[in-house]
Ligand binder design. Structure first.
Ligand code: UDX
Length: 452
């Protein structure tokens, strides 16, 4: 099938590579000339395992190309995907200027029947706006080509994007007619090997599904973070609680890990946007407001633990003269993405408290430098930043932190204090090895000492 994809960002690039991988002919379009020039030369603007190899392979086979020429791309394609950004506007609602800009470009360029697919995460009702924008352009050109608009939200996770796309749990297609549903089924058929679950529904429900999925996942995380904080107060162990509740098949084990708060390009933005959508129809989405509030507070928990353990909480800068080593900066492992990363809030708070901060991350140092500049120290060696530091705090659960050389950590640190925002280690073993180990919600294991 001949496809063009507008937006060579995260979703657009992964979709372009994966559609080409199944033999489709794909043109990826972006207005950013330097990005397209780079892609033509094999420079991939994001880090995602397996993506570079897949892009290079399909480019070499002639199935995947990159361009800034929108007209040619539209005219050569039956299906035009819109995968541009929907950044939050000042009031938290999704800003549709890029999506509708692409819709107008498609209307300007169309030379026959097209299927226009919204892959960007867009509020309920956007497909109607896309349809209107395309119609207006066709009318201004005095032409009457047929087209359909489809909602096809993307559920891929950063760090596992290729796998999620090639073997999705489900594909959701929102359409108002059978012809389009059949073409979309044909396009997605090669990806139905893990689960044969292509769900066709009306357009508005498809748009809503994406927000509801992310809002539900964010709710689970905020819920579990509060349970963990309560476990800290009550002397219970959140890992045992997770086992206990996860065994109920209605609950399940996934997405119940406490942490320093959710981040990334999706959850924070989509939760905000759904609250805003609700407001627009005078509905108060109380639950999601609490989810958001809890998440903001959770980003403070690691710094709170550090200040209580190391500082003089009454002083204005309680960590003056202290050095804190941070493992992990990206919002989650296997990505260099720092968008809404809890590390930003945590480190800003440590700096404001007067601490010297040193950081290690396997991929995100470049992105982190854009944010912190020379206000913190960086290293590509996870042990080097520990020398004479007063504490180690773990913010992101990169796999290289899971089984480190504990002897090396202990002899490097000035005091053997480890504040673990991802619960990576066994509390009893850490205690036996002489660490003062403060995980999240595991005081029931009896090692939290005086710090709660
Ligand atoms: C998410 C959705 O999972 C995906 O379906 C959607 O398309 C985009 O948003 P992503 O942002 O890549 O994907 O990250 P995800 O792996 O879902 O993690 C989101 C955040 O939740 C991270 O900050 C992570 O650390 C946090 N998290 C996740 C927890 O704190 N606890 C958990 O148990 C799971």
């Amino acid at each position: 099938m001949k496809i063009c994809i507008f937006g060579a960002g995260y979703v657009g690039l992964v979709a372009a590579a994966c559609f080409a991988e199944s033999g489709n002919s794909v043109i990826a379009v972006d207005v950013d000339k330097s990005r397209i020039d780079g892609l033509k030369e094999g420079i991939i603007p994001i880090y995602e395992p397996g993506l570079k190899e897949m892009i290079l392979r399909n480019q070499a086979e002639g199935r995947l190309s990159f361009t800034t020429e929108m007209t040619e791309a539209v005219q050569a394609s039956l299906v035009c995907f819109i995968a541009v950004g929907t950044p939050p506007g000042e009031d938290g609602s999704a800003d549709l200027k890029y999506v509708l800009g692409v819709a107008r470009n498609i209307g300007q360029a169309m030379n026959g029947y097209k299927i226009i697919v919204d892959k960007s995460t867009v509020p309920v009702g956007t497909a109607d706006k896309v349809r209107e924008a395309v119609k207006a352009e066709l009318a201004s050109r005095n032409v009457a080509f047929e087209f359909d608009v489809v909602s096809n939200p993307e559920f891929l996770k950063e760090g596992a994007a290729i796998d999620d796309f090639m073997k999705p749990d489900r594909v959701v297609i929102g359409t108002d007619n059978v012809r389009t549903a059949e073409i979309m089924k044909e396009l997605y058929d090669p990806y139905m090997r893990k689960q044969n679950r292509l769900i066709v529904m009306d357009i508005r429900s498809a748009e809503m599904t994406k927000y509801a999925a992310n809002a539900m996942l964010a709710t689970r995380i905020s819920f579990m973070n509060q349970i963990a904080n309560l476990c800290d107060c009550m002397g219970a162990d959140v890992s045992a609680v997770r086992e206990g509740i996860g065994s109920d098949s209605r609950i399940g084990y996934d997405f119940l890990f406490p942490g320093p708060g959710y981040g990334g390009s999706c959850f924070p933005k989509d939760v905000k946007a759904l609250i805003k959508t609700a407001e627009e129809c005078s509905y108060d989405f109380l639950l999601l407001k609490a989810v958001e509030d809890v998440n903001e507070r959770q980003k403070e928990v690691l710094a709170d633990k550090l200040i209580t353990a190391l500082g003089s909480p009454d002083e204005e800068q309680p960590l003056t003269g202290r050095t804190v080593a941070c493992w992990g900066l990206s919002f989650k492992p296997r990505t260099d993405d720092m968008r809404e990363a809890p590390a930003i809030t945590i480190i800003e708070r440590l700096l404001a408290a007067g601490a010297t901060v040193r950081a290690h991350d396997p991929e995100a140092l470049k992105e982190a430098k854009k944010h912190f500049g020379d206000r913190i120290e960086y290293s590509t060696n996870q042990y080097a930043i520990l020398e004479n530091a007063d504490a180690l705090t773990i913010i992101t659960d990169w796999s290289e932190y899971r089984n480190p050389d504990f002897d090396r950590i202990k002899s490097a640190l000035k005091s053997p204090l480890v504040i673990d925002g991802r619960n990576l280690y066994k509390p009893d073993r850490m205690a036996a090895a002489g660490f003062r180990y403060l995980p999240l919600g595991r005081c029931g294991v009896g090692i939290c000492g005086e710090v709660k």
